[in-house]
Design a protein around this ligand. Structure first.
Ligand code: KG4
Ligand code: ZN
Length: 340
């Protein structure tokens, strides 16, 4: 089966061509530079950029994959959750392509697709579900922090999520307090490399809570008060590095501890993770160390597939169509589509 998949839920315009579990091409046009000066994603600008990028990105994906539109068996697009007007552009354009080609169309939940990105690896990337086992999956990005029990392929249950800020948002907002540009996550990681993670003991919110929920707004507030009371430290690079390392350590410890605890509680032996924050090397290293220590198999999405991409949309769409989930051309976007 050959599919064209489209992802426009936030600030990446992405098109992928997937065939029989193999990602023939995955193109991502990022808008990070465009939104940086506003300190966050501006939905109207994102939508305008998706509109501009849709055709070039879709054409490039087909060209690079060596696939003509006549060879497509189906078209898929992210249906939600995401920014309404950003989703609308990619979803409606993809439906129009399916309609024009008279091919099946399937709308995909962005978070459900993230659950499968850790299983895509290699060059060219191939989705290998032969080693699939029930797992607890952490989805951690600028918009979401979710723990999901994936019982079998296409069968999952959300265990918990953030009750306020997402982990990536915490990186970004604390970075903003330090005067770092958006998105601050990658910069905090860089600065943290030269800092002491034990320099400041920031709170680890909900780390001992019985639930699988997260909360990061208290951590952000505590960093705000810390900076207010020690504003001179922002002029001292070593102290900024210590601050970054300490904030990062607090976020990572919460993510790792709660993910492993959820895995233990639910009796699975496998942990997976994806989403932009999963690019963070300290998170990757700490998760790897903890899983080795506790005897869990670990699948982290490759860095290029941690952030938003159409490859994961295409891979999940193909699995769904093969499992006879009915396609539908008359669906609408679902910006608030919560994974159940
Ligand atoms: O998945 P993503 O590209 O977009 C969504 O939010 O859906 O994730 C972006 C988030 C931002 O908050 C960014 O700061 C964070 O992921 N991020 C990182 C790193 N790379 C990206 N956070 C910490 N360390 C990183 N290396
Ligand atoms: Zn995402």
């Amino acid at each position: 089966m050959t599919l064209l998949a489209i992802e426009t839920s936030c600030d990446e315009t992405s098109a992928a061509v997937v065939r029989d579990g193999k990602v023939l091409c995955n193109i991502v046009a990022s808008q990070i530079q465009l939104h940086a000066e506003y300190g966050g994603v501006v939905p109207e600008l994102a939508a305008r950029e998706h509109l501009k990028n849709f055709l070039p990105v879709a054409h490039a994906a087909l060209d690079q994959a060596g696939v003509s539109s006549a060879q497509l068996d189906a078209v898929a697009a992210t249906q939600g959750p995401g920014l309404g007007i950003a989703l609308l552009v990619g979803f409606k354009a993809a439906q129009a392509v399916a309609f024009a080609l008279n091919k099946p169309f399937i709308g995909i939940n962005h978070h459900e697709a993230h659950l499968y990105s850790p299983w895509i690896a290699g060059q060219p990337p191939v989705a290998d579900f032969s080693k699939f086992q029930p797992n607890v999956s952490l989805i951690v990005s600028g918009g979401h922090t979710l723990l999901v029990l994936v019982k079998s392929e296409l069968q999952h249950r959300v265990l918990g999520g953030t009750i306020d800020d997402a982990a990536g948002e915490c990186f970004d907002k604390t970075g903003k307090l330090m005067g770092l540009p958006y998105p601050a996550g990658p910069l905090i990681e860089q600065l943290a490399e030269q800092g002491n993670p034990a320099a400041h003991d920031f709170p680890r919110p909900l780390i001992h809570d019985a639930s699988d929920d997260f909360s990061f707004s208290g951590l952000k507030t505590s960093v705000r008060y810390f900076i207010r009371d020690h504003s001179a430290l922002l002029d001292d690079r070593k102290k900024v590095c210590d601050l970054c390392a300490s904030v990062q350590a607090a976020i990572v410890e919460v993510l790792v501890k709660k993910t492993l605890r959820a895995a233990k509680r639910n009796g699975v032996r496998c942990v997976t993770a994806s989403g932009g924050v999963t690019c963070n090397s300290t998170l990757r290293n700490e998760m790897t160390r903890a899983c080795e220590r506790e005897g869990f198999a670990l699948h982290l999405a490759e860095k290029s597939l941690c952030t938003d991409n159409a490859a994961m949309i295409g891979i999940l769409a193909e699995r769904k169509l093969l499992a006879h989930v009915p396609p539908s051309l008359d669906e609408e976007i679902k910006p608030g589509w919560v994974l159940a």
